[in-house]
Design a protein around this ligand. Structure first.
Ligand code: FAD
Length: 394
């Protein structure tokens, strides 16, 4: 008899704010988490009105979210870790966010009530002992019930594990399921599913939590009393920091590229497009039509049947934004569209749209970058007569 317990191959569930008993989308007043006056004002307002602030009693209980920032921003995975803390926080719980690096994102919008920034321990600095000491200082200062971190390979996953090992804290890693009572993760090479009550340290797998919150936190800045984290890092001697090396964008897998320019059917001058990618140091992507036309190899295709990318900047030249293409760029942070058609679907997804001919826009951009690189004034402005439209990401 087969004794191996079969598990549901689907992700157990994603915790979202609307999934919580106490915090329900559109029911903030009933949940007792929002001022009645504020709630009434919001009800009469337009749908795009500011989100209500989560109400809590300070000083009773704390949840700590910890993450490294990248050029002042938290990536989606880190945002999910903060959201997990915010969603699980009740009206007696404060959410503190500890950021290794600077944070220019709105901490309140992330769901944090207090935010501590450690700019000297930003990601390029390899200072594992000091990062650990700073985390311990923060835990000592706020005495959190639980610590939430993204389980990534870029610093947080390692830091969380070392913290748990050093302090003998209980820990769950690669957590794919979480609610107020338990965490769950796959074990035994993915053949079984294990659950347990919430441990002290929770390292979340990507997409276990929805980062979309129906409320905001207080977002107040806070500082650690101990000055250790404010001192220049001093791990040198025990560790060697060889710095970071810049890779040619062409050598980076499309899925890992931070800056992508992508060509669609509206790009006719392929040579100019490829030259622009070299000038910008961007990786090249393409729509399926551009690939089918033979302009690019299949490995450049972005979309449902191509690559899923998560670049900080994705510039789509002459791409209509068919749903299959949008699927591949759902995790991109800033999408810029260049298109002749202001009603193309990509415009709704884009954060910024330039209504222009792709060829002229590429020339203007190459000129501007060339001028800036030569130390010139970078005077080449937008494409003549080009309307630029700022749009909200969907
Ligand atoms: C099962 C299935 C899977 C698919 N998978 C994928 C996938 O993984 N990836 C993918 O991309 N597609 C995929 N597709 C195809 C997808 O539906 C679209 O057909 C495709 O994305 C369109 O590519 P496009 O936007 O480059 O071309 P078009 O649809 O032809 O759009 C061209 C765009 O360029 C604009 N344009 C034209 N000329 C210019 C100019 N001179 N300057 C500026 N803009 C200009 C036009 O206004 C238009 O918006 C899939 C389809 C199916 C059915």
């Amino acid at each position: 008899m087969n004794t191996v317990k079969r598990i549901d191959p689907r992700r157990p569930f994603v915790i979202a704010a609307s999934g919580l008993r106490r915090i329900t989308l559109g029911d903030e007043r009933a949940a007792g988490l929002v001022d009645a006056a504020e709630f009434a004002a919001l009800r009469g307002a337009h749908a795009a009105a500011p989100k209500p602030k989560r109400v809590y009693e300070a000083g009773l209980r704390t949840l700590l979210a910890v993450a490294h920032s990248d050029r002042g921003a938290l990536d989606e995975h880190a945002r999910q870790a903060v959201a997990a803390a915010a969603i699980l926080a009740d009206a007696k719980t404060e959410v503190v966010l500890l950021v290794f690096g600077e944070l220019t994102d709105d901490a309140a919008a992330l769901g944090a009530d207090k935010v501590v920034q450690l700019p000297l321990l930003a990601r390029p600095a390899f200072a594992p002992d000091q990062a650990l000491a700073a985390l311990r200082d923060c835990v000592q200062a706020f005495a959190p019930a639980h610590i939430f971190m993204p389980d990534n390979a870029t610093g947080d996953g390692d830091l969380g594990r070392r913290y748990a090992a050093q302090t003998r804290a209980s820990i769950a890693t690669r957590v794919v399921e979480i609610d107020a009572g338990h965490v769950g993760c796959y074990v035994d090479a993915g053949r079984s599913f294990a659950t347990r009550p919430l441990p002290e340290v929770i390292l979340l797998a990507p997409d276990a939590v929805s980062a979309k919150l129906p409320f905001v936190g207080s977002g107040e800045p806070a500082a650690l009393k101990s000055g250790r984290a404010a001192e220049p890092w001093h791990d040198a001697g025990r560790y060697g920091d060889h710095g970071t090396a810049q890779l040619d964008a062409a050598q980076v897998a499309l899925e890992e590229a931070d800056f992508i320019i992508s060509a669609g059917n509206g790009v006719t001058d392929i040579a100019a497009f490829e030259a622009l990618a070299r000038t910008l140091g961007a990786a090249i992507g393409a729509s399926r039509v551009a690939v089918d036309n033979g302009h690019f190899t299949r490995d450049k295709q972005v979309g449902a049947t191509g690559k899923t990318v998560n670049a900080s900047v994705y510039i789509a030249f002459g791409i209509s934004g068919a749903v299959q293409h949008l699927q591949g760029i759902k995790d991109c942070r800033h999408v810029i569209a260049v298109n002749l058609d202001a009603s193309a679907p990509i415009v709704k997804r884009a954060n910024l749209t330039v209504i222009a001919d792709a060829q002229s826009a590429m020339r203007a951009l190459a000129d501007a970058v060339g001028a800036a690189k030569q130390g010139g004034q970078g005077q080449a402005g937008p494409v003549a007569g080009t309307p630029v439209r700022e749009g909200l990401a969907a």
